[in-house]
Design a protein around this ligand. Structure first.
Ligand code: TRP
Ligand code: ZN
Ligand code: CA
Length: 441
């Protein structure tokens, strides 16, 4: 019997009353009223392709006006940073520019925080903003930079209020060895790194002869992208053209979950791939990779459009969390006998439909009937096995019963899963049973 259904506050009141009236009766209780459904995440907006392409046109103009590139240490790079930053500032982001020195020249990362959300659960998306010195870098990586920028602007247009905090990053000197992104993660104290729930990377997402590749890293992020493309009816493949070849590697190296999208670089499209995606078999996904022909002509609009929408879908879905109605609780009201001076017994409450971690003030309501509560040692055991001591035994604690609510900082534990109340009677003579217990979010 699974009694671990979430209930609303009203039902909780009704249930507590029913519990009083039926005290001592067997625990075959019917769950009162309907469980509350988790709040559904709002659907992401369509990202306008015209908006994304307008940014690419601007990157092209910047390159053209600055010796044909937007490379680290060249004026076209800083001009690209200034362009993106101005858009974000006007849209209400809190931006900062992180400077670093590489190869004797100054490099820049641009970071943009969307105010609000749970800073302990930050979702990040990023793209490298630099090009190689041989070209304007419109597919590599104006495409990722523009899609992330247009998604950030869509967050602002929607005035999104995500459960989690949102941060966007544009990295310098990726083409010189992931320099900017590594600089960024190295600048974060360990505690700040641990607050990044995931990093999504977008590098080359508009290749002219495109494939639809999803990074095979964090399973939840990967699934979010796969769900999007499945709904579109577009088959995907796992990205294999060089794991660790873009900025997600800097995050992954310090233990941050990562994911991302890619439409292919210099590798050749097979005939099987051309059959499922269209395009030209026997030709590179991007024949202009790292070349002077990586201009605004080097973009497949359909790929850029789909991938830009995929960026937004992932940002909306992964930052939404689940709104937990206050007073919702998960309960197990089945009686469990606690053997006298015997082994520990447990009662399980299965939490589902939640996103992210349990609260910092998780309420653990305990109702144990016992004739000498001093005999009892009580723990809450998280789904991963971590035990939180709620109560120690004490020979001087001579009262009956443990009917109380404990508050546990469970913020490092995933909310979903099988939670256990573990009760052990450590002294002879008096006995009792777990009557019911509940977790309130
Ligand atoms: N900017 C990357 C590079 O020049 C492009 C790239 C190649 C890439 N292979 C990749 C990006 C695989 C993501 C995944 O190396
Ligand atoms: Zn590159
Ligand atoms: Ca006892």
């Amino acid at each position: 019997m699974n009694l671990s259904v979430p209930r609303r506050t009203l039902a909780a009141t009704a249930f507590a009353l029913a519990g009083l009236l039926t005290a001592g009766a067997p625990a075959a209780t019917a769950a009162p009223s309907a469980p509350s459904a988790p709040a559904a995440a709002l659907a992401a907006p369509d990202i306008p392709l015209a908006g994304v392409k307008a940014h690419l046109t601007e990157f092209q103009s910047i390159a053209t006006a600055n010796g044909g590139n937007r490379a680290h240490g060249r004026p076209g790079y800083k001009a690209s940073v200034d362009y993106v930053k101005a858009k974000l500032d006007a849209a209400g982001f809190t931006t900062s520019v992180q400077q670093f020195t590489y190869n004797g020249t100054t490099g820049y990362n641009l970071i943009a925080d969307w105010p609000g959300g749970d800073l302990n659960r930050t979702v990040m998306a990023g793209a490298h903003l630099d090009s190689v010195s041989s070209g304007a870098g419109i597919n590599d990586n104006g495409s990722g930079s523009a899609a992330v920028l247009e998604t950030a602007l869509a967050v602002s247009r929607a005035q999104l209020k995500p459960t989690k905090h949102l941060r966007f990053g544009w990295w310098g000197a990726e083409e010189l060895g992931l320099v900017g992104s590594r600089q960024y993660v190295n600048s974060l104290p360990t505690t700040e790194r641990s607050k990044i729930s995931g990093y999504l990377n977008f590098d080359m997402i508009g290749s002219p002869n495109p494939g639809y590749f999803v990074y095979d890293d964090d399973p939840a992020i990967e699934q979010t992208f796969k769900d999007y493309f499945a709904a579109l009816g577009v088959p995907t493949e796992i990205e294999t053209e060089g794991d660790g070849r873009s900025d997600h590697a800097s995050f992954k190296n310090v233990g941050i979950p990562v994911g991302g999208l890619f439409t292919g670089a210099s590798r050749t499209k097979t005939s099987a791939q051309a059959q499922k995606w269209g395009g030209t078999a026997g030709q590179a996904f991007d024949r202009c990779y790292h070349s002077s022909c990586d201009t605004t002509s080097n973009i497949n609009d359909t790929a850029l459009d789909r991938n830009s929408d995929a960026v937004a879908h992932a940002i909306w879905a992964l930052s939404a969390g689940t709104t937990v109605p206050p007073g919702d609780f998960f309960e197990n009201a089945a009686d469990v006998a606690v053997p006298d001076a015997g082994a520990a017994v447990t009662s399980t409450v299965t939490v589902s439909g939640r996103t992210g971690n349990a609260p910092a003030a998780l309420k653990v309501g305990v109702d144990i009937k016992h004739t000498w509560r001093g005999d009892l040692v009580i723990d809450l055991v998280a789904p991963d096995g971590t035990a939180y001591r709620l109560k120690n035994s004490s020979s001087s604690d001579s009262a009956d019963n443990v009917i109380t609510t404990y508050t546990v900082d469970a913020s490092t534990e995933a909310a979903n899963g099988a939670w256990k109340l573990r009760v052990q009677d450590v002294a002879r003579y008096d006995t009792g049973y777990i009557d019911s217990w509940r977790l309130t979010f």
